[in-house]
Design a protein. Structure first.
Length: 110
């Protein structure tokens, strides 16, 4: 596994969550869950907490091509509780929604 890419993915997730439209701050805790491949890119699943006493939520950072350290823009969380059994499928659903949105946007430019 590319540890540097995983570290960058975590920083990317924290940066995304810190945005005022998301958590508006860094999560109180964040942990790597697993890596998976989709569309020939690497994706990293993280679980995070809004504050110490809240439930774990799930988010995804990616996609990373080969050993690149810049994601393609598929970093997201819909602030859903993290479920170890469904986390990867939950993240794939988020990625598919992002891809669908940008494909629709691209149609308006053609």
């Amino acid at each position: 596994m590319n540890i540097k890419q995983q570290e960058v993915a975590q920083m990317n997730m924290v940066e995304w969550l810190s945005d005022s439209q998301e958590l508006g701050k860094k999560p109180s805790k964040i942990e790597f869950v697993k890596k998976f491949e989709l569309y020939e890119m690497h994706y990293y699943i993280f679980k995070f907490k809004r504050s110490v006493f809240t439930s774990w939520l799930v988010g995804v950072s990616g996609g990373y091509v080969d050993n690149d350290l810049v994601p393609c823009g598929h970093t997201f969380s819909d602030m859903k509780k993290c479920n170890a059994t469904t986390a990867q499928n939950d993240c794939i659903d988020m990625i598919e929604r992002i891809r669908s949105y940008w494909m629709e946007q691209a149609k308006s430019y053609t």
